[in-house]
Design a protein around this ligand. Sequence first.
Ligand code: ARG
Length: 462
Amino acid sequence: MKLWSGRFEKKTAVEVDDFHSSIHFDWRLYRHDISGSIAHARMLGRQGIISKEEAGLICAALEQLLMEIESGSITFSKEAEDIHMNIEALLIQRIGETGKKLHTGRSRNDQVALDTRMYAREETDQILQLLSALQSKLLELAENHTETCMPGYTHLQKAQPVTLAHHIMAYFEMFRRDMERLMDCRKRINVMPLGSGALAGTTYPLDREWVARELGFSGITRNSLDAVSDRDYVIEILGCCSMIMMHMSRFCEELILWSTDEFGFVTMDDSYSTGSSIMPQKKNPDVAELIRGKTGRVYGNLMALLSVMKALPLAYNKDMQEDKEALFDSLDTVKQCLRVFTGMLYTAGFNAGRMKQGAVSGFANATDAADYLVKKGLPFRSAHEVIGRLVLHCIKHNISLQDLDLSRLKEFSPLFEEDIYYALALDTCVNERRLPGGPASETVKGAISEGRNWLENVKPGA
Ligand code: ARG
């Protein structure tokens, strides 16, 4: 029998039970639902809304139920719709009339908001932990590669030389923002909605603040209508997840490219690659590709929930039950991707020789050649023009700037002297760029220690 059957004359159609029940996905909230109910029951007892004995009986039965669920001996029922009513029905089955008092001063609407917030908070902390493990790995990798020169690109055309450490630290910055975003979003997750009732609060003298403290929330929601109809925090997490996926996906794309024979910058470990069923020579970067691919579904979940919430009138509407699958799927996907991504980076072998080779070819030092002339007194625009003509000459004669004779160079500008070869050397091009934020190895070492300091002091969950 349904917990709300009093007003109904007919049973729910079987296909409607199939259609609207959410137990097949929201069973995941069982721990959060039970701890929310225990806090609620204890508060009801403290406030004298039910007796202390009744509260004790309810809590003991809920603890027992939790153990049985964890041991796998409970099967939930579709007819009871969702995890909230499944647990309540089981409670009533066990302790009868007293169990029926648990839902005093509470609605499923504030209950589902509470459970989802607790789940989201826990998962956010897990993602922060995973991001922090990834960040440590990035710092370690960067530390090993402050002298590893590689070409930097714009438009995927060689632009100016950088180091692998500098490139890796660019991702450190992205994931740092992701962590900051999640920590900020956590503040908005961490407010306690119970006491909002179905939409209009309740007449019972509930102690909302006590429940909030009991469940580790930093405060309570301020408006009952908003509290039961707010899914902003879910959308925010889906947005954070999307951004994390985007960042991983960009790095994955580079690893895919770099592991080609054409680039040869990186060799993915056998344990993070797969083979082909027909081509014996193949070793494919499937892990990186799959992370790139899964980015699409995480974006999809964000779009799905934005669309669900669009134009929903206040307060709760059943549409909102659609939030959970999107949330669970994105959180699962991001966590799994972060784990394999970190493992993939741990095992990848970076090929410093090929990177250096890439950095000294393709005129990555052309800007430095122009800057050289500027330092000798030529206005930048004119220097740009001279070096442009020089590059064209080199392309036609298949030679690099640094391999031209001084006499040839002087045909393009009398300002060239012997010291041009120092200016064009790879090491100079990288290490003269030592403004804050630049790729010079000393600068990047500073960035790495600043990053390490930040990571050690960051307090996810605080
Ligand atoms: N399972 C529902 C959800 O996830 C909770 C029920 C909300 N309340 C209601 N009046 N139907 O949204």
